[in-house]
Design a protein around this ligand. Structure first.
Ligand SMILES: Nc1ncnc2c1ncn2[C@@H]1O[C@H](COP(=O)(O)OP(=O)(O)O)[C@@H](O)[C@H]1O
Ligand SMILES: [Mg+2]
Length: 353
């Protein structure tokens, strides 16, 4: 991993890290039933111009992690520990005003549902122009021109005309593009994309993914891309972090993790996902069992109740000892390195076809 040091930027408190550097993040919600630790000791880095894919079943803590990075949590019911450092600036202790300044300017987010980001009452053009005026001090006219330019960039035909439309006059795919234009209008250094294409049909999804890649090439944006779709990750990401029950269980480059995955949970995800090139006869096998309750998470390895390989680890380590995830290429599993290699090669890969 490379360190990005910007002239004048203070170094991250914990030494080398990415442009975005998250260290030992813990996010705990107080609920009526007790504390829910939705994120439990998460560390990762994202560099400029790179895309980190975060993948995991629903409820694994992907969205909470990224809402926390943006400071979009309820301060009354949420406790955050650990460090979130963006370009040398610590965000956990930042004020709401400082975070407000970052959001929509240096940091932007796109969601699955563009209607949560777009107001029905204002034209698309105005909604793109406004953050640009606010953060750059541009004139109304310049900001409008910029909004039209951005709509063109995201592939909206006749952007000068369509900028005067309201969100309901746009199709789902066009609203998604408009939201991306809004997110990117200030050239953010960091873009967080949370399942941005899940609701779209395959063709529009492919167009939007290409668009994000183009914009990243142009602006050198660091992207965190959240999805449960390993096919999308393979297409978009440079690095992958696999999450399970609030923890990272495996990380590495896309090639490392998708070609030679080492964690039984990642094997399960791969085995349960439809393959683009597969014939329909290939059966999909969901991972048996369900994700655990975070009110009472399993001891040791959180995946152990669903893991088909825990007998191959000596004793009851999987139940008593939480496996660590090292920096860089790593998997948090008590199986030995050679065991992981042979199980994948002999028992998992043949099933993947
Ligand atoms: N405000 C909240 N209060 C209590 N629990 C929450 C809250 N927000 C999220 N959670 C819980 O945190 C866990 C992680 O959620 P989330 O990050 O949304 O998962 P996903 O990986 O699907 O994006 C889930 O179990 C969810 O129920
Ligand atoms: Mg989510």
């Amino acid at each position: 991993m490379t360190t990005v040091t910007k002239a004048g930027g203070a170094p991250a408190p914990t030494g080398p890290g990415g442009f975005l550097s998250v260290r030992d993040l813990q996010v705990t919600f107080s609920t009526e039933d007790g504390p829910v630790r939705a994120v439990d000791g998460l560390s990762f880095d994202v560099d400029r111009g790179r895309t980190l894919g975060i993948v995991g079943e629903s409820g694994s803590g992907k969205s909470v992690t990224n809402l926390t990075v943006l400071g979009l949590h309820d301060p009354l019911f949420t406790t955050i520990d650990g460090e979130i450092v963006l370009d040398g600036k610590e965000l956990v202790t930042a004020t709401e005003k400082e975070l407000e300044q970052l959001r929509g300017n240096r940091v932007a987010m796109i969601f699955q549902d563009p209607l949560t980001a777009l107001s029905p009452f204002y034209t698309i053009g105005r909604q793109i122009a406004e953050p640009y005026m606010k953060h750059t001090g541009a004139s109304k006219k310049a900001a409008w021109e910029r909004a039209v330019e951005m709509l063109g960039k995201v592939g909206i035909p006749n952007p000068a005309e369509r900028a005067r439309d309201y969100p309901h006059q746009f199709s789902g795919g066009m609203r998604q593009r408009a939201m991306i234009a809004m997110a990117l209008v200030c050239d953010p250094d960091l873009l967080i994309a949370d399942e941005p294409t899940t609701a779209l049909d395959v063709t529009v999804q492919a167009q939007i993914l290409d668009l994000l890649k183009d914009l990243q090439r142009e602006f050198g944006t660091a992207i965190v891309f959240i999805t449960h779709d390993l096919g999308v990750i393979a297409d978009m990401a440079d690095d992958i972090m696999v999450m399970y029950a609030g923890r990272a269980v495996e990380r590495g480059t896309v090639d490392e993790v998708l070609r030679a995955p080492r964690h039984p949970y990642t094997w399960g995800l791969l085995n349960s996902m439809p393959r683009l090139d597969s014939d329909l006869a290939t059966p999909l096998e969901p991972i048996p069992g369900t994700p655990p309750s975070l009110l009472t998470p399993p001891s040791g390895c959180r995946f152990h109740p669903r893991c088909a390989f825990r007998d191959r680890v000596g004793g009851d380590r999987c139940v008593t000892e939480s496996p660590a995830l090292a920096p860089g290429r790593s998997s948090a599993c008590h199986l030995g390195a050679e065991q992981k290699r042979t199980i994948f090669a002999e028992e998992i890969r043949p099933r993947l076809g």
